[in-house]
Design a protein around this ligand. Structure first.
Ligand SMILES: [Zn+2]
Length: 430
C-alpha cells in the first residue's frame, strides 16, 4: 500500500509521520477493510445446495449519544456530595466525544491513571503537554490533565529522565495527576474541533470530508427458517456458543405455513462456526442466506469539514474572520492562481492540525488548516484554491475554551475546569 493512501486516514499529520511504526497497524486495518469488501462477492462452493446470497445493507446512524449538552447536571449517582471521581469525569468526556470516533492509529483515552484515587477537583485543558504546562498543573494541584495531543504515543520501554515525554509521564505519576487525551475523537465528533474551525468563516451548509463509520462488531447476518419454537431455541443455543463472549442478536421476522423465519447477526470470527452449525440442520441448511452488513456512516462525524457559506466573503474578509476566530495577529496566505484578495470565497474546506491528506483533491475556493508542505500548497494554488495556514496548534487551541464551557456545565461546581495559560504553539512570527 502506498504511503500516500495511508495518509488519507487523516488527522494530525505530524503525529502520523512522527510515529511511522503505527503504519503497520493502519496497513493491517486497511487490508482488513479490503478483504471485507471483497467478501461481498463471495460465492460458496457449488457442492452446497443451499442458496447463498450476499447483499449490502446500509443504514444510517444518527449518533444519538454524541450530542453536546449545555445543561449543568444537578446530581449524578456518584457525585451528589459534590465530589467527582475520575471515572465519572471520564464518563462525561465519553458522552461529549466517544473515543470510538478516534482514528485507528491514534492513542486516545486515559494515558496516566494514578494508583491512589482522589476526587477530581481541578481539570487543566491544554493542546500540548509541555514542561511549562506540567509545572502549571503541579502548581494548581491539578487532578486531571486533558491534553488534546496525546503526550504518550509510541510504545514506551523505559521511563527515564533523558526523554522529555518520559519526564512528563514520570512527573504526572509522581504528582498523582491523571492524563487523558481525546485527540482525533474531538476532531471527528459533530460540534468538535473541525466544526468549530469552519464556523469561524460564518454559517454555511457543512458536510464531513472523511465520513466516520460505525464500528459495528456484528457485520454478518444469517437468515434461515426453523419449523418450531423448540427447534429455534435449540439452534439459537448452538449459534450462541459460536460467538462466546458476545450477546446474540436475533429476530424472528415472521411465521407462516413454511415455518419461522429467523435472522441472526454475528461477528467475523463467529461466521464460519455459525454457518457450520446451521448446515448441520436440514431445515436451516436449505433456507440459509448469508448477508454482509455494511458499517453505517455516523452522520455529522468524521475528519475535516466542507462548508458552502451562506454569505460568501472575499479572501481579505476571510483572513480577518479567521484571525478574529483564532485570536491570531498573523496567518499565512497563498493565493490561488488567478485570485486576488477581493476574489470571492463561496466554499471552504478545513482540517485542524496538518490537514493536507484530508484536503487533498477537495475542490474549494479556500483551504484552512494548520500546516501544509511547500509542494502541497503549490498543488492547491495551481488548481485555483487559496490556502490559509495558521501553524499547527493555532488551528486547534481555540476549541479548548469552547470545550471548557461544555465540560464545566456537566460537572459539579466543586470541579474547576481551566484552560492552560502556558500552552502555545512553539512557532511564532518574529
Ligand atoms: Zn494536531
Amino acid at each position: 500500500m502506498r504511503l500516500q493512501s495511508l495518509l488519507m486516514l487523516k488527522g494530525c499529520r505530524n503525529l502520523f509521520w512522527r510515529f511511522l511504526p503505527f503504519t503497520a497497524r493502519v496497513c493491517a486495518r486497511r487490508s482488513l477493510i479490503t478483504r471485507s469488501s471483497a467478501s461481498l462477492l463471495y460465492h460458496p462452493p457449488s457442492t452446497h445446495s443451499q442458496s447463498f446470497l450476499t447483499s449490502r445493507q446500509t443504514s444510517v446512524l444518527q449518533h444519538s449519544t454524541v450530542r453536546f449538552s449545555f445543561t449543568r447536571s444537578l446530581c449524578h449517582s456518584g457525585h451528589c456530595s459534590g465530589l467527582m471521581e475520575l471515572k465519572e469525569v471520564l464518563q462525561v468526556l465519553e458522552q461529549l466525544a466517544p473515543l470510538s470516533l478516534a482514528e485507528s492509529w491514534d492513542n486516545v483515552g486515559l494515558l496516566v491513571e494514578p494508583s491512589k484515587p482522589r476526587p477530581t477537583k481541578t481539570i487543566l485543558l491544554t493542546n500540548d503537554l509541555t514542561e511549562a504546562v506540567m509545572e502549571e498543573a503541579e502548581n494548581m494541584n491539578c487532578d486531571l490533565l486533558i491534553s488534546y495531543h496525546p503526550p504518550l504515543f509510541r510504545p514506551v520501554k523505559r521511563l527515564v529522565q533523558k526523554d522529555w515525554k518520559q519526564r512528563l509521564a514520570i512527573r504526572a505519576v509522581e504528582a498523582g495527576i491523571a492524563v487523558f487525551s481525546p485527540h482525533t475523537s474531538w476532531d471527528s465528533v459533530k460540534g468538535g474541533v473541525n466544526d468549530w474551525l469552519v464556523g469561524g468563516l460564518g454559517s454555511g451548509r457543512v458536510s464531513v470530508l472523511n465520513q466516520a463509520i460505525a464500528d459495528a462488531s456484528h457485520n454478518h447476518k444469517l437468515e434461515f427458517m426453523v419449523r418450531s419454537t423448540e427447534e429455534l431455541n435449540s439452534i439459537l443455543e448452538e449459534v450462541k456458543a459460536c460467538d462466546s463472549g458476545t450477546t446474540l442478536h436475533y429476530s424472528v421476522n415472521r411465521s407462516d405455513s413454511c415455518g419461522i423465519h429467523v435472522s441472526v447477526t454475528c461477528s467475523d470470527s463467529a461466521l464460519t462456526p455459525s454457518v457450520q452449525t446451521l448446515l448441520k440442520h436440514t431445515g436451516t441448511s436449505q433456507s440459509l442466506r448469508i448477508l454482509k452488513l455494511e458499517k453505517p456512516p455516523l452522520l455529522g462525524h468524521g475528519q475535516g469539514r466542507f462548508s458552502v457559506l451562506d454569505n460568501p466573503v472575499t479572501i481579505a474578509t476571510a483572513i480577518q474572520k479567521i484571525k478574529s476566530h483564532l485570536g491570531l495577529s498573523h496567518i499565512r496566505l497563498a493565493l490561488g492562481v488567478g485570485k486576488t484578495p477581493e476574489s470571492s470565497v463561496w466554499t471552504v474546506a478545513v482540517c485542524a492540525g496538518s490537514g493536507a491528506s484530508v484536503l487533498n483533491g477537495v475542490k474549494a475556493d479556500l483551504y484552512l488548516t494548520g500546516e501544509m508542505s511547500h509542494h502541497e500548497v503549490l498543488d492547491a494554488v495551481a488548481k485555483g484554491t487559496s490556502v490559509i495556514l495558521t501553524d499547527h496548534s493555532n488551528s486547534e487551541r481555540g476549541f479548548l475554551s469552547v470545550f471548557r464551557e461544555r465540560l464545566a456545565v456537566r460537572l459539579p461546581e466543586t470541579v474547576t475546569v481551566v484552560v492552560s495559560a502556558h500552552d502555545r504553539d512553539p512557532l511564532e512570527v518574529v
